[in-house]
Design a protein around this ligand. Structure first.
Ligand SMILES: NC(=O)c1ccc[n+]([C@@H]2O[C@H](COP(=O)([O-])OP(=O)(O)OC[C@H]3O[C@@H](n4cnc5c(N)ncnc54)[C@H](OP(=O)(O)O)[C@@H]3O)[C@@H](O)[C@H]2O)c1
Length: 361
């Protein structure tokens, strides 16, 4: 007995046995923090989780070992979400490579997998249209080849190699209907069938989601109206609506990337599969966001509203407006903030600090 007390190292790292749920050892970004405006705070998943602090310093070895055993292959190097995912991996010390292949080219995807030997594949590649999804209306084959043929090919190649594919998909495949009326708080659930195919972009995404359901190696993340703390990004929903001459005013479910992308990394580590509404709980309207923008960023900011009918005259394809039920994600990540709380914490507070300090955003 005395010998064991004098030689505590003999036991090695047994900290895992002290943790109420071993999954906690896998949580990302422990002890890191970043409040950079425009960068993703990779500590967000773990920092809100009180019991995490019970893990003793010895667990660092297990955490590092898990990190070093991960290798992500990410598609979407030049894209907004793909770029952010790489930055999160850099911050968390997770090894990754961007895929060089085009999604629809099976041989190129196979070469990527053989070269990189990933543990997980993250797909943030897709045709979204420039300057917006209206582009897809006049480029249907080009949209289909990536969003349907390409996404399915990647899922299939991953399945062949026993790899999980985290697919950054969209929730813009639903619109308010009689069963989910606007303002009712009744959101679309993971098992609901898409009911919005008003735009060709959404149509491709709805079709591919239906087909991907049959792949048990796929995790579908339904992203909506993504927002990040980088208010300079033209892809950011806030930056977009702040620039429009007129905006509609409809409550919607949205995704704060600074909070949710680190969660997607954690979901990859947990090997989450199936469909997930990947939005913050609750809804927020265009006007509510612009009011927050005015109150926190630009006191002189003004905007004008118009109706859906008026909006229809200046866009080619209809847009989806909906509420998603985020309770499945909230159950898996109880620390997940409501859309309003998340916007304040991740977008408006950090940017407001800069504004007060005199930094232009
Ligand atoms: N941003 C949004 O509002 C939003 C909302 C909900 C869901 N999503 C979904 O999230 C995903 C990522 O969105 P994002 O905003 O980051 O898109 P993004 O900025 O438009 O980037 C798309 C990326 O996909 C790549 N790509 C396109 N076709 C490809 C192909 N055939 N093979 C390989 N790569 C290809 C592009 O690379 P190249 O430049 O080389 O073509 C680019 O890196 C998309 O599937 C999108 O539908 C986005």
């Amino acid at each position: 007995m005395e010998w064991y007390v004098k030689n505590p190292d003999w036991w090695g790292d047994v900290s895992g046995a002290l943790v109420p749920h071993p999954r906690m050892l896998m949580m990302s970004g422990m002890g890191k923090s970043s409040s950079d405006v425009g960068s993703i705070d990779t500590s967000s998943v773990s920092n809100n989780s009180g019991p995490m602090r019970m893990v003793n310093p010895g667990s660092k070895n297990i955490h590092d070992a898990q990190k070093s055993s991960l290798k992500f292959l990410i598609y979407g190097r030049t894209g907004w979400i793909g770029g952010l995912l790489g930055r999160i991996c850099d911050k968390q010390g997770i090894a990754y490579n961007y895929g060089n292949g085009r999604l629809q080219d099976r041989a190129q995807l196979l070469a990527d997998i053989q070269n990189v030997k990933p543990t997980h594949v993250l797909n943030a590649a897709g045709v979204t249209g420039r300057p917006n999804v209206d582009w897809c209306e006049s480029h249907k084959p080009e949209t289909t080849i990536t969003n349907v043929v390409g996404t399915l090919t990647l899922a299939d190649v991953c399945r062949e190699h026993g790899l999980l594919m985290m697919n950054f998909a969209t929730g813009c495949i639903f619109e308010y209907d009689a069963g989910h009326p606007i303002g009712s708080g009744i959101g679309f659930k993971e098992e609901d069938k898409p009911n919005f195919t008003g735009s060709f972009y959404s149509k491709t995404k709805a079709m591919v989601e239906e087909l991907l359901k049959e792949y048990d190696n796929v995790c579908t993340l339904r992203v909506r109206m993504p927002i990040s703390s980088d208010l300079n990004s033209p892809r950011n929903f806030i930056a977009k609506i702040a620039k429009y001459d007129k905006v509609v005013n409809i409550p919607n479910s949205m995704t704060v990337l600074d909070e949710l992308l680190p969660i997607s990394i954690e979901m990859a580590k947990r090997n989450c599969k199936g469909i997930w509404n990947f939005t913050n709980p609750g809804v927020i309207s265009h006007n509510e966001i612009l009011e927050m923008y005015r109150d926190n960023i630009d006191p002189k900011f003004k905007w004008a509203n118009f109706t859906l009918e008026e909006q229809a005259k200046i866009i080619v394809a209809p847009r989806s407006n909906n509420e998603m039920d985020a309770s499945k994600l909230k159950k898996e990540f109880p620390e997940l903030l409501s859309i309003r709380e998340s916007l304040i914490k991740y977008v408006f507070k950090p940017n407001k600090k800069n504004l007060t300090a005199g930094t232009a955003i």
